[in-house]
Write a protein that binds this ligand. Structure first.
Ligand SMILES: [Fe+2]
Ligand SMILES: [Fe+2]
Length: 409
C-alpha cells in the first residue's frame, strides 16, 4: 500500500527508468536453465543493461563457430537441394522489380500505412493521453516506421547468421542452399533500408530485446543454436510480422515489397525446419535436446512479452503516461494482438516438427497460453504462395477491426 503511494508520487520519468530495470531483472530471473543463462545471459547484459545497440557506434560480436569443410562434395540432402533449385529460380532484384518511382506520403489518410484501429486509441485515452485525428495518423506512422526499422535490424542479423550457418552446417546441399539465403538477406537489407530512407524518412534504433537475441546467436559457437534462433525463432517472428503488415497496409509499394520478402522467408524457415529436424532427432543427446527446448521457450517468451515498441513510447509518451500503461495499450491493440497471434501460429508448428515440443515442455507453453498454436501447418507443409493466399483471403474477408477502421476518423 505504502509502496504503491510512494510509486505513484514519483514522476513518470523516474517510474519509467525503474520499470525498465525491473523488466530487465525479470528476463534474467526467467532464465532457469544454466545452459540457457550461459547462452542468453551475456547478451542480456549487453542489450538490456548496457543498451549496446543504442550507443550510436558499430557493435563487435565475436563469433566462435567452426567452419565445416567437406572435400568430397556429397549430394547429401535432396530436400535442401530442391530448395536450392527453387531459390535460384526465385531470385529477384530489389532495384528493378519494385516500383521506387511511386511516391509515398506516410501521413496521407487516404492510403494509410496502418489501419486507424491498429492501436487502441481508446485505451490510450483511458490512461490520460488523448490524441486528435492528426496525431493518431502520426502515431501510426511512428509505429509502422518502428516495425520496419526492427525488420531491417533483424535482416542485418539474418544476413550474418545465414553467412555463419553456411560455413558451419555439415550438409553440403545446405551450404549450397545457404549461399542463396545470404543473397536473399542482403536484398532484404537493401529494400527495407531503401524504403525507410527514401519513403519514411527515418530509422528507429534497434530494440534491446531484438539486440539480445541477435547478439546471443552471433556469439554462440553451436551452429544449431544459430539455426534455432535465426531460422526458426527470428524468421518465424519476421514471417508473422511481415504477414500482418502485408495484410493490413494499403500502401502499394510496401505491399509489393513485403510480398516478395515473404516468398523468400518461407524458404528460409523451411530450410531451418529440415536441418534441425534431422539434427535434433539423430545427433543430440537427451540433455542437449532439453537445453534447446528450454532455450526456445525462453526466446519465445522474450518475443511474446517484450516487443513493446518502447522506442515509440519514449518518443511520444515518456513524460505523460507510465510504461505499464503503454504496455496495456499495446497488449489491447488489435494490430499488435494479431501480430502476436500470426507470429506464434507460424512458430509453434515448426517447433513441433523439429521435435522441440515434447510432453516435458508443453505444460510450460500451456501456462503462458501458447500451446494452442502448435497444431497448425509447419513450414514444410506450407509454401510462400499458400501463405500469401491465406493472407489475401484474410484481407478480403476482414469485416473485423482492420476493415472497419480503414474508415479513418
Ligand atoms: Fe530476410
Ligand atoms: Fe530470412
Amino acid at each position: 500500500m505504502i509502496k504503491d503511494l510512494v510509486w505513484k508520487a514519483l514522476p513518470f520519468k523516474v517510474q519509467n527508468q525503474l520499470d525498465a530495470l525491473a523488466e530487465a531483472a525479470q528476463v534474467f530471473r526467467e532464465m532457469k536453465h544454466p545452459g540457457v543463462l550461459r547462452s542468453l545471459g551475456p547478451a542480456g547484459v549487453r542489450g538490456l543493461l548496457l543498451h549496446e545497440g543504442k550507443q550510436g557506434r558499430p557493435t563487435l560480436a565475436p563469433a566462435r563457430h567452426s567452419a565445416f569443410f567437406d572435400w568430397s562434395y556429397p549430394q547429401d540432402q535432396p530436400e535442401m537441394r530442391d530448395l536450392y533449385r527453387r531459390a535460384k529460380l526465385g531470385q529477384w532484384d530489389g532495384e528493378r522489380d519494385l516500383d521506387w518511382r511511386r511516391s509515398v506520403d506516410p501521413l496521407n489518410p487516404e492510403v494509410p500505412l496502418l489501419p486507424a484501429g491498429f492501436i487502441d486509441f481508446g485505451a490510450l485515452e483511458g490512461h490520460g493521453a488523448r490524441l486528435d485525428a492528426k496525431e493518431r495518423v502520426k502515431l501510426n506512422y511512428s509505429v509502422c516506421t518502428w516495425m520496419l526499422s526492427q525488420f531491417l535490424h533483424g535482416e542485418q542479423g539474418a544476413l550474418y547468421a545465414a553467412a555463419q550457418v553456411t560455413e558451419a552446417v555439415q550438409f553440403f546441399d545446405g551450404k549450397l542452399y545457404g549461399s542463396t539465403q545470404v543473397m536473399d538477406e542482403g536484398r532484404h537489407v537493401e529494400v527495407f533500408s531503401r524504403y525507410l530512407n527514401d519513403k519514411m524518412g527515418r530509422l528507429y534504433q534497434v530494440n534491446d530485446n531484438l539486440f539480445v537475441i541477435i547478439d546471443a546467436l552471433m556469439t554462440d559457437g553451436r551452429w544449431d543454436m544459430k539455426f534455432l534462433g535465426m531460422q526458426i525463432m527470428v524468421e518465424g517472428l519476421a514471417l508473422g510480422a511481415f504477414g500482418t503488415l502485408y495484410r493490413v497496409t494499403r500502401e502499394p509499394l510496401l505491399r509489393d515489397l513485403l510480398r516478395r520478402v515473404i516468398m523468400d522467408e518461407a524458404r528460409h524457415v523451411h530450410y531451418g525446419v529440415i536441418a534441425l529436424r534431422e539434427h535434433v532427432r539423430t545427433e543430440l543427446s537427451e540433455a542437449e535436446r532439453r537445453e534447446r527446448e528450454d532455450w526456445a521457450f525462453e526466446v519465445a517468451l522474450l518475443m511474446r512479452n517484450r516487443f513493446m515498441a518502447y522506442e515509440v513510447f519514449d518518443e511520444w509518451f515518456s513524460g505523460r503516461i507510465s510504461r505499464a500503461a503503454w504496455r496495456d495499450v499495446v497488449q489491447r491493440s488489435p494490430g499488435m494482438r494479431e501480430f502476436r497471434q500470426v507470429m506464434f501460429s507460424r512458430l509453434m508448428p515448426n517447433l513441433r516438427e523439429i521435435g522441440l515440443l515434447t510432453p516435458r515442455i508443453i505444460p510450460a507453453y500451456e501456462r503462458v497460453g501458447l500451446a494452442e498454436y502448435m497444431f497448425g501447418k509447419s513450414a514444410r507443409e506450407l509454401t510462400g504462395e499458400q501463405m500469401l493466399a491465406d493472407l489475401d483471403r484474410g484481407a478480403a474477408a476482414s469485416s473485423g477491426w482492420a476493415g472497419e477502421s480503414f474508415a479513418v476518423s
